[in-house]
Write a protein that binds this ligand. Structure first.
Ligand code: FAD
Length: 433
């Protein structure tokens, strides 16, 4: 039997490396070209959900074992075991309820599972032989011809290019996401001083005005990953996705965010400002011998912490299809790419869409003699709490003022609490907690 075509992956991020490891461990020939010289990121955290966790073991058990060896959960903070299934607690950052828990948002069964992105990438790269990973190679162009795909790299030298038979791209084209973010990692000791022991150890989302902040422990709860996301209509005019920020920028952006976020900001070293972009939907993730995965295909804003998980799910589906015994020729790989597109595009694009609040139809309904109930689940991606609250608060109708000032009330049936509601006149918002 002739050997399977070599799969060339451009971009050694979460998606590219997970797939490269999966293909190599399944004995599929693979090469990977990464623009960076090393994975020298600042040690920022990443939170991966239950579906991505399952996908890792389905790609190859050793990928899930790497995750297990690096992951931080609430079990790493003795005394906080009751939060084992908590993804985040939502806490009011401002107003009369400042510091109160709005809800305990669960992710079943594993709760918050976070690691440092650079640790994960460095461990993944160990799963593949050094000679198939090429660092410092930035793709600048590609042209498909009848023999395959010709790649040109910025620093290739000597002109020409590299002829590949099959190609997977993990590079990106984005549109604005209406926000930017600041990210940092704090020592647990500093974090406890900033927000107190419980808020430092339990993954938290601070809900404020025009911004929100998140924190979750990493590195076995010795460090805490922080993100502060600010609504903005400004056009991102910088050349890179991340730019150095000065303390005054972040202080200005968070001046209405209350004492918890202020405590975080005071301790944030050299804040960096991150662009938040997203993709509009592509009509396909593949054309002939080239396919795209991860953010290159379906970048979304980070509010559901799902982008890397989606890239891992892509890698799972591709690894399954490409290692199928019936896939042996270039034509078979082209067919496998099409099947990948069919399977992955609807789900991954749903995640992109559900990251955006859609307020367009609610005011129209409320102008009629009907009552509107907005219902959001705690582990429900398409109808998630973050969008839900944003939609309800942004909705303009004759009683929107009363609605916004009404607090949340426990929703109790037969003495048992099932969630919280906020209501006024014709609109009711329900969170299942
Ligand atoms: C602020 C923020 C917070 C986030 N938090 C989470 C979270 O908690 N959980 C979660 O699941 N997701 C999160 N995400 C999303 C997640 O980071 C991405 O969805 C994920 O990294 C996508 O993986 P990828 O492999 O597609 O891209 P990346 O991981 O970005 O990898 C792309 C790789 O391609 C390389 N590259 C780029 N251009 C070229 C080129 N021309 N030639 C060669 N190589 C190239 C890059 O150097 C990079 O290594 C967050 C995103 C942001 C911005």
């Amino acid at each position: 039997m002739s050997p399977k075509p070599t799969i060339t992956i451009i971009g050694g991020g979460i998606g590219g490396l997970t797939l490269a490891a999966g293909l190599h461990l399944r004995k599929i020939p693979v090469q990977i070209y990464e623009a960076a010289q090393t994975f020298k990121e600042l040690g920022l955290g990443i939170s991966l959900g239950p579906a991505a966790y399952r996908a890792m073991s389905l790609i190859h058990l050793s990928i899930q074992q790497i995750h297990n060896s690096l992951v931080t959960t609430h079990a790493d903070s003795p005394g906080y075991e009751e939060y084992l299934q908590t993804w985040f607690e939502l806490v009011w950052a401002i107003g009369v309820y400042e510091g109160d828990v709005l809800m305990n948002l669960k992710a079943l069964p594993s709760g918050q599972t976070a690691l440092r992105r650079a640790d994960f990438l460095n461990a993944l790269v160990e799963l593949v032989p050094a000679d198939i990973v090429h660092f410092g190679k930035r793709l600048s162009n590609l042209v498909e011809n009848k023999n395959g795909v010709v790649l040109a790299f910025e620093d290739w030298g000597g002109g020409g290019g590299l002829l590949m038979r099959m190609l997977l791209l993990v590079v990106m084209v984005f549109g604005p996401g209406g926000m930017y973010g600041y990210r940092a990692v704090l020592d647990m000791g500093d974090m406890v001083q900033a927000v107190g022991e419980k808020r430092a150890r339990v993954a938290t989302i601070y809900v404020g005005k025009g911004a929100y902040a998140i924190s979750y422990p990493v590195m076995r709860a010795r460090l805490v990953n922080i993100g502060i996301y600010v609504l903005s209509d400004e056009v991102w005019e910088y050349d890179s996705w991340v730019r150095p920020a000065v303390k005054e920028d972040i202080e200005r952006d968070t001046r209405d965010m209350g004492r918890y976020v202020k405590g975080l900001v005071e301790r944030m070293p050299d804040p960096s400002q991150w662009a938040i972009f997203e993709h509009s939907h592509f009509s396909t993730y593949t054309r002939s011998k080239v396919a795209i995965l991860g953010d290159a295909a379906h970048a979304s804003t980070p509010h559901q912490g799902a982008g890397a998980g989606q890239a891992i799910e892509d890698a799972h589906v591709l690894a399954e299809l490409l290692s199928d015994s019936r896939v042996s020729s270039v034509d078979d790989v082209v067919a496998a790419f099409k099947a990948y597109d069919d399977i992955r595009r609807p789900r991954s694009q749903r995640v992109v869409t559900s990251n955006k609040p859609d307020t367009s139809y609610t005011p129209a309904l409320l102008s009629r003699p009907v009552h509107v109930a907005l219902i959001y689940g705690d582990a429900d991606y398409p109808c998630n709490w973050f969008d839900g609250e944003a939609v309800s608060l942004a909705t303009e109708y004759e009683h929107s003022k009363e609605f916004r000032s009404a607090g949340y009330t426990p929703f109790v049936v037969d003495g048992e609490e099932y969630g919280v509601t906020r209501e006024s006149d014709k609109m009711m918002m329900y969170f299942n907690t």
